[in-house]
Design a protein around this ligand. Structure first.
Ligand code: FNR
Length: 345
């Protein structure tokens, strides 16, 4: 694709994600955590760091993949990197394809490492890319892991989408065999089924980000980019983030489980962990706050967000991530029915 068209698309994605951002109603509202009246720990005794095989997150949240490849994207990436650095949380960049094909786009990504030399940074590519370019994407950022996004609904609805999927799985496997940082297979807001997670695990991948429905909606965004906007019937396609976490628990697999999609407050994040997530990513929420209030206020806000995770853990009498896994919860009747029907499948 033409580089200027790619850059226009990046800006359209940013603007449409902001325009369509909704603060209310997700499946997180259908999960109730059970309050404990007599905690046996103090807030300052809680440690919510999460140690993975390849790195430790000091707090169990991260800024998820968004952008790069345009002037506007470059400034956003700079600010996101400052937020990640000041809040001591990992960050992923958006797809690096533009920089892999045009060196002019590189600085919109490398700015992230410049702003945050010691942080945990994930690079990001699509499942159609060869392993040599995947390696280049990692080197561009000195990345600690590589997210490979799987976004079939987006490509199919996008007017200029690339709809050749048959080599994705082999390609992912080949990338994983040739690179020296861990691979994270990541959805973009359509969620994952137990079958998908199993397929990913079967080829030896250790990390997934189930990125479910409920937040930024790329069916809606791409539909708005279609001249006739004629595919809105797919706007609710996929599994919500809560459903995807339930899918993972039905499977009972030991894969490192990252969750994202529609996380809009600290309670949503804690609910994700209770349902099995090891850490929780946010894109739209951080982008929206940054756009409305600027970088300094967003740093303050995200620090409060982290502090509020510890407040909720205290209310649940959980002193760490493992304790959160033991927290009792009740699902709404429709979510309970989802679990029962999927358990039978
Ligand atoms: C994204 N997302 C995304 N994901 C990815 O793997 N590569 C990418 O290039 C992008 N690009 C992108 C642009 C913008 C503007 C947004 C808001 C998001 C998807 C993102 O990482 C995440 O999976 C979804 O947005 C769902 O999470 P939220 O936004 O509901 O927290």
């Amino acid at each position: 694709m033409d580089d200027s068209l790619r850059s226009i698309r990046k800006n359209e994605h940013i603007q449409l994600a902001l325009d369509t951002y909704q603060s209310g109603g997700t499946d997180f509202d259908k999960v109730q955590l059970i309050h404990q009246s007599i905690p046996s720990i103090n807030k300052n005794q809680i440690n919510l760091s999460m140690t993975f095989p390849h790195f430790t997150f000091n707090h169990p949240i991260y800024i998820n993949a968004m952008t790069g490849g345009s002037e506007r994207a470059s400034l956003i990436n700079k600010h996101l990197a400052q937020i990640a650095r000041e809040c001591d949380i990992p960050m992923a960049v958006g797809s690096t394809h533009s920089a892999l094909k045009d060196t002019h786009a590189e600085s919109s990504f490398t700015v992230v490492r410049e702003e945050n030399p010691n942080g945990i940074i994930f690079s990001n590519v699509g499942a159609d890319i060869g392993y040599k370019l995947a390696q280049k994407s990692i080197e561009l950022l000195g990345a600690n892991a590589l997210q490979i996004h799987v976004n079939a609904p987006q490509e199919l609805i996008m007017p200029e989408g690339d709809t050749e999927f048959e080599h994705w799985l082999n390609n992912i496997q080949e990338i994983q065999e040739h690179i020296d940082v861990p691979v994270i297979i990541k959805e973009v807001g359509f969620g994952m089924s137990a079958e998908t997670i199993q397929k990913i695990k079967d080829i030896g991948i250790q990390y997934v980000d189930i990125s479910g429905r409920g937040g930024t909606n790329f069916a809606d965004i791409e539909n708005r980019r279609r001249p006739l906007q004629d595919m809105s019937f797919l706007n609710q396609w996929g599994q919500s983030t809560v459903q995807s976490l339930l899918e993972a628990s039905i499977l009972g697999t030991d894969i490192n489980l990252l969750a994202s999609g529609g996380v809009k407050n600290p309670l949503d994040a804690i609910k994700s962990i209770v349902l099995g997530a090891d850490a929780v990513g946010m894109s739209g929420y951080v982008l929206k706050h940054l756009e409305e209030f600027g970088v300094t206020e967003t740093i303050t806000h995200m620090k409060q967000f982290i502090d509020q995770l510890y407040i909720i853990a205290n209310l649940l009498n959980a002193s760490n991530i493992s304790d959160l896994r033991e927290v009792g919860y009740v699902l709404s009747p429709d979510l309970q029915s989802y679990v029962e029907q999927r358990n039978k499948a």
